[in-house]
Write a new protein. Structure first.
Length: 325
């Protein structure tokens, strides 16, 4: 039976999330669980990959803690420990607020985010018994990645434990240069929006090998040759320019090919996730701590300034008769 956040308002704004500390101790790093946020377009095989990862971790005797954040999914191929559908009725939200499908998903996420403090309490209680926490998100990726509720969920998870964003790509569909470029632009935008360790997973390699995608990412001339048949079109010219712009982005990007159907590439996937966790401790966590310290320093400076003004006012009025009206 899964865990369900109870009814009631959120106190997330008043409560600091669990901290991973300074991340300097090897024991602390080893003990901290890893949040894996699965993001991908509808049809990319994201939820099927979640099922495969879940099964793979069970085989390794490392059963994950699974959270479903997609309120519109009809049926899950895996058992979720926390399911947004247990808290929010997507169809009722659409009917009550007179919304379309995307508006219903967004509003459902907003409602769920009000109970995020309760979700984090559950996560903290389960942290000692689970090494991995898996989060399945809606296939309408812009709703999660660019919404306030999606940002709140992502940032809260990242401030609590090592967090990795996994972007799932439908490899057969990206065999088209235009679709490939579209996916890479999405990946770029998500990476710079979240600022978290990021991994691109080319799924369905049992159907089409991901070698062509790796080649296009490492050799822009190879990508340009793939566009040669449509050399005169505006789209081809645009993609030629974009591939040069994204060349530096590709150099920093982790990629791995997997098959959610056969399980191919699962060991390599978790090797990349381990690398991403190291990046979290080496780069993201120090940056987060600097931001927190800067915010505290700013708040302290504001309080000191307010106190200084108050003392000045008291000094000016000292000994003077105050007219109370």
């Amino acid at each position: 039976m899964g865990d369900t956040p109870m009814e009631g308002g959120s106190k997330a704004a008043d409560k600091q999330p669990a901290s991973v500390g300074d991340g300097s101790g090897a024991a602390a790093r080893e003990a901290a669980p890893v949040n894996i946020i699965m993001i991908g377009m509808a049809g990319s095989g994201k939820t099927t990959l979640m099922q495969r990862v879940n099964a793979y971790l069970h085989e390794r005797k490392e059963a994950p803690y699974v959270v479903n954040l997609d309120p519109a999914v009809a049926k899950l191929p895996f058992q979720a420990n926390i399911d947004i559908r247990d808290t929010v009725d997507y169809k009722q939200v659409m009917s009550e607020y007179r919304l379309g499908p995307n508006g219903g998903i967004l509003t459902s996420l907003n409602l769920f985010a009000t109970k995020l403090d309760q979700v984090m309490e559950i996560v903290e209680k389960r942290a000692s018994s689970h090494k991995y926490f898996l989060y399945d998100t809606p296939g309408q990726i812009e709703i999660f990645t660019w919404s306030a509720s999606g940002t709140i969920i992502t940032n809260t998870l990242a401030a609590s434990y090592p967090t990795v964003v996994v972007y799932v790509v439908d490899t057969p569909r990206t065999a088209s240069p235009a679709t490939f470029m579209s996916n890479m632009m999405y990946a770029c935008s998500i990476l710079y929006k979240t600022q978290l360790p990021f991994l691109v997973v080319f799924n369905k390699t049992d159907v089409v090998d991901d070698g062509f995608a790796r080649e296009w990412m490492s050799d822009f001339e190879s990508f340009q040759r793939a566009l040669s048949d449509d050399d005169e079109s505006f789209m081809s010219s645009l993609m030629n320019s974009m591939c040069l712009v994204l060349d530096e982005f590709y150099a920093q990007l982790r990629t791995v090919g997997v098959s959610a159907m056969t399980g191919q590439g699962m060991p390599e996937l978790f090797e990349k996730i381990d690398d991403a966790v190291k990046e979290y401790y080496d780069e993201f966590l120090p940056s987060l701590q600097r931001q927190i310290q800067q915010k505290r320093d700013s708040e302290r400076a504001q309080k000191d300034e307010q106190l200084r003004r108050l003392m000045n006012d008291l000094t000016v009025t000292e000994g003077k008769e105050v007219d109370l009206g």
